[in-house]
Design a protein around this ligand. Sequence first.
Ligand SMILES: [Zn+2]
Length: 323
Amino acid sequence: MQILKRLSRQSFSNKSFSRWTFRRLRLHSCLIFFLLLSGCAEAGEINTSKSNITSPTAPSASITAHYTTSSPTPPATLTALPTLTLTPCPTATWTIIGPGVVRAPILLYHHVLPDPTSTSYAIDARLFKDQMDFLYQHGYHTITLAQLREAIMHGNRLPFNPIIITFDDGNLDNYEYAFPCMQRYGFTGTEYIVANRLKSDGFLSISQLQEMAAAGWEIGSHSMTHANPTQVSPSQLRIELLDSRLRLEKELGIEIRTFAYPFGSYIPELARKAEKYGYFTAVGLGKGVSHGSNMIYYLERIEIPGTISIKDFKALLDGNSTP
Ligand SMILES: [Zn+2]
């Protein structure tokens, strides 16, 4: 009987506890639900404000580095650039292009300067800005040599109107004028660096190149000493091609897989050497805007003159060699 009474008290106690617990749980659930709702609302507000400053680049998720295993993803800070003044925002349509011949103009610049004293290897920063504006307004989207090679050799997802913007010699003004200008349009470029100038005045520093690489730029070798590669001994050619690549990789901590022939000088043997010394692409000079697998080690680049009208610039992009 004592046991029955105890059980009865325990049962009553359990029931009362259960009701109390149920009320507490219901109250907690309401509180948690309310907190979740307010949290979602705040998250929604943050997302909306972020979308207002999103750069006009194609979705970064679609961009894949095909051989630059150390190539970092563009940082989130890129989205905070003042892109609101740009209109309209061309949306990139990404489609599989290749394998085979791929159309993608490759532009070549050297210096980008305000009021350059000579226009032989320099372009006025305002004219450069007008050209970037033209590319943006006409729906061009920048890609890397790595992405182009992948498309030619195996097929690759590329944006509509792909274009590659390259700079030779690693001049400091590229960081000061070209880099910020291109960032406003969501563009990236490729810098070809002369390895023994890496720590010299007037040229891009290691930290500047690393910053550009972190923003999606591709870094390539432009030889060790800027010697004409067709006029050096085999041992010096190895230094110009291989040692420059290894030194840049060591100093920058970035994989180097593309090479630009100094002066655009080329003989067929150089293609074999460039491949042997670890490059996946090499670029020279020309007027062509379409590239096939037979051109992987001499991809044609269009050198943009310092004085050129937008009309003639458009003609070059269209593959018209005599604008
Ligand atoms: Zn050069």
